[in-house]
Ligand binder design. Sequence first.
Ligand SMILES: *Cc1c(COP(=O)(O)O)cnc(C)c1O
Length: 230
Amino acid sequence: MTTDLAAPPSGSLAQRLGHVQATIAKAARRVGRAPAEIALVAVSKTHDAGAVAAAIAAGQWRFGENRVQEAEAKFPALKQAHQALDLHLIGPLQTNKVKDACALFDVIQTLDRERLARALADQGARSGRLPRLYVQVNTGEEPQKAGCLPRDTGRFLTLCRTDYGLAVEGLMCIPPVDQEPALHFALLRQLARDNGLAGLSMGMSHDYERAVEFGATLVRVGTAIFGRRA
Ligand SMILES: *Cc1c(COP(=O)(O)O)cnc(C)c1O
């Protein structure tokens, strides 16, 4: 892993974006993957609409936000102006926010419990459309972290598909900060294979190269693009 990602990002936003894209492409080629298989989600949480607009001007159109309310303050106008924007919810979703989340987000990466599956299915029935869905897996089995447990993932996916009629595109994880991420990436990849899922959302600023080597199809990068968060 390179250490320059740990340093405060330098250069213009466009340069940093270019560097991340190039790093993804290099990591992909190292393991015989086509760079086009990996989509970059630029995580814009805490950064304002101006920063997002600068990223759009530099050619980035896929973004990630942690909170429904924060995204609602930033993205509706941008989405109106840029139809191709692809907005991902990567933070926990409360069931009372499902309607708002479905109205704004194109992808929800944090489906992790039956109550939420039911609320999403109800919303889909009411509105006739749903965002694309990823199931979050708590690969480190950390009590404070969201996500279904690895051993429950197969059962939960079956529940989503058969009981609630939800189409799930892939799995997402956030490895524990103090552990080798590769172990968690490998586990998530295996769970996806076992369950016939093609999508793998894994890898952040400090470990996205490794995630690409382990099969990520979506990487979620904030700091390396937008700089440190306040
Ligand atoms: C904040 C966040 C990221 C981006 O983290 P960086 O280290 O800034 O790249 C990715 N995924 C999730 C779920 C996050 O909350």
